[in-house]
Ligand binder design. Structure first.
Ligand SMILES: Cc1cc2nc3c(=O)[nH]c(=O)nc-3n(C[C@H](O)[C@H](O)[C@H](O)COP(=O)(O)OP(=O)(O)OC[C@H]3O[C@@H](n4cnc5c(N)ncnc54)[C@H](O)[C@@H]3O)c2cc1C
Length: 496
């Protein structure tokens, strides 16, 4: 069907028939959605997972897809395949647009087809999207890193910048703007991305070009906060900054991005001074906004949303007045819980156990308690930082810990085997196995924006942008994250 043609006549609204068994609907196929569904494997229920992608995405390794280390298939196996042996689970493609709490109905859409799925219990695990703090127009020039689409588009832009620089240099042109890469946001994703681009430029690509020296590429990491890696505390943040600088990354802190366009961006310092950086390839790893389904749920329950759009839930992860509805993972605001995979996994397992327990007449579980298994971030090959309880680890030991943990959590045996091979190629050797990108990937966002609802979830709600207020908020969040980590208070019950 050509673009612009009308859809063939389809029934407006189809209600999914249900069996007599208890119906659990799970929204999302990410960490919360998948682990919640799996936990219900032996329960006497029918599970319907509705997700807007057909894959389960291992977001922590997106940056490796963007920088040519891993293939998208290795970090995003088809959910249907992962759940093939779970007979009580059905997977349906669809973007959930409405949840009717009173009538217990979930409405989803795919290409004009509407589906209404009834539930007895609901687990909402729709995650978070990128936030541009109201500056949605930045997205066109500085893609975020939340989806496979993002990673492939960034791959195209990063390797494409080197190609265009070679071409420009062959024509005798100045190519500094093509050999300058800016990563906005010095959290774990920004650090990993900056480190990888630096390794690409200074190690991997050095022999591939003739007219340019990739060693002269500038990699700049920008953040409005005063430190790198706030969730890892002050000491690890400082260590990471030193290692990044040794790797050739320029770290610009206290620098709030105030303008982004095709050719570069402008940062503003606290004293009001501005600096313009000419750079074609820019990556946005700065802000997170919880899924807008949180707003739908908030409007129906009165549960408040925080600044990042996360909804307040009861200590058992249910919504006030709706004990059959659980919200887990990146969408929730509870006890300073961080937006990490383990919060989603443990929350979803807790919700699934509660659903099964209720059917078996068991007493309610004690309130949800997050067990912090630690956090880690890679800086470059053989260099990482890790935090496990009060333990702080840096260097090759942290890197080895990272390797083992990620290998364990990558879904599927065959993905683990090929990921190890690709890591071997990139970390021991100098290669990158997945450098290919197509024209369609590079221009994907522009094409998507022409579709109604196409790229909407990649960006935040538009809004007013108050620079001073935004800077104060970012500084406050960074200071609070660093304090919680330094005092080992992440995920600890507030006031308890
Ligand atoms: C680049 C990056 C790096 C990260 N690195 C780490 C790390 O190193 N360690 C760590 O612990 N955490 C890391 N995280 C965070 C971690 O990935 C998240 O905390 C985790 O994915 C949250 O799980 P979730 O189930 O809440 O959401 P997600 O895993 O994001 O899943 C959300 C699901 O909902 C679906 N969905 C969204 N909206 C709809 C809708 N309207 N209808 C239907 N389906 C919908 C999505 O398609 C997706 O399947 C990283 C995140 C990113 C983006």
């Amino acid at each position: 069907m050509a673009a612009g043609d009308t859809q063939p006549d389809l029934p407006d609204r189809v209600i999914v028939p249900r069996s007599d068994r208890h119906q659990v609907v799970v929204i999302g196929s990410g960490f919360g959605g998948l682990f919640g569904t799996k936990q219900l494997k032996d329960a006497d229920v029918d599970v319907t997972m509705i997700a807007k992608t057909t894959h389960h995405l291992f977001q922590p390794l997106l940056y490796q897809v963007a920088t040519g280390i891993l293939s998208e298939g290795e970090i995003a196996p088809p959910t249907r395949e992962v759940l093939a042996n779970q007979k009580n689970a059905q997977v349906l493609l669809g973007e959930v647009t409405d949840i009717d709490l009173e009538n217990r109905l979930v409405t989803s859409h795919v290409l004009g087809r509407e589906l209404v799925t009834p539930y007895d219990s609901l687990i909402v695990a729709a995650g978070a999207g990128q936030s541009y703090f109201g500056n949605d127009h930045f997205a066109e020039f500085a893609p975020g890193m939340k989806s496979i689409d993002d990673a492939l588009e960034l791959r195209g832009r990063i390797f494409g910048a080197f190609e265009m620089a070679e071409l420009g240099a062959s024509r005798g042109e100045n190519v500094d703007h093509l050999l300058t890469f800016v990563v906005v946001g010095a959290g774990p994703t920004g650090v990993e991305m900056a480190g990888q681009i630096a390794e690409l430029a200074h190690r991997t690509l050095t022999r591939d070009f003739r007219a340019i020296s990739t060693r002269h590429a500038r990699v700049i990491l920008v953040d409005a906060a005063p430190q790198v890696l706030p969730p890892f505390g002050h000491k690890l943040g400082k260590w990471t900054q030193e290692k990044l600088e040794k790797l050739g990354v320029e770290v610009m802190l206290g620098a709030l991005v105030s303008q982004v366009d095709e050719r570069g961006l402008t940062v503003k310092y606290k004293d009001g001074s501005e600096e313009r950086i000419d750079a074609i390839a820019k990556v946005w790893a700065a802000g997170v906004q919880a899924n807008k389904l949180g707003k739908t749920l908030s409007e129906q329950t009165g549960a408040p949303l925080d600044r990042a759009g996360r909804i307040s839930v009861n200590p058992d992860l249910t919504l006030p007045g709706y004990p059959e509805v659980f919200v887990v993972g990146d969408m929730i605001s509870l006890d300073n819980l961080p937006g990490v995979a383990q919060v989603a996994i443990q929350g979803a397992k807790y919700a699934a156990k509660e659903i099964e327990g209720r059917l078996q007449g068991k007493p309610a579980q004690p309130p949800f308690k997050y067990f912090d298994k630690g956090s880690m971030a890679i800086i470059s090959r053989f260099r990482a930082v890790a935090m496990v309880g009060k333990l702080r680890v840096t260097g090759i030991l942290a890197w080895l810990m990272w390797l083992v943990v990620h290998l364990f959590y990558i879904t599927g045996f065959k993905n683990r085997v090929t990921a190890v091979m690709h890591w071997f190629v990139s970390f021991i050797g100098k290669g990158r196995s997945e450098r290919t990108s197509t024209e369609q990937q590079i221009f994907a966002r522009v094409a998507l924006q022409r579709l109604a609802r196409g790229a909407t979830d990649l960006v935040s709600e538009p809004g007013e942008f108050d620079e001073a207020q935004r800077r104060a908020e970012l500084e406050e969040v960074a200071a609070e994250e660093a304090r919680l980590s330094d005092e080992n208070k992440r995920g600890v019950k507030v006031g308890g």
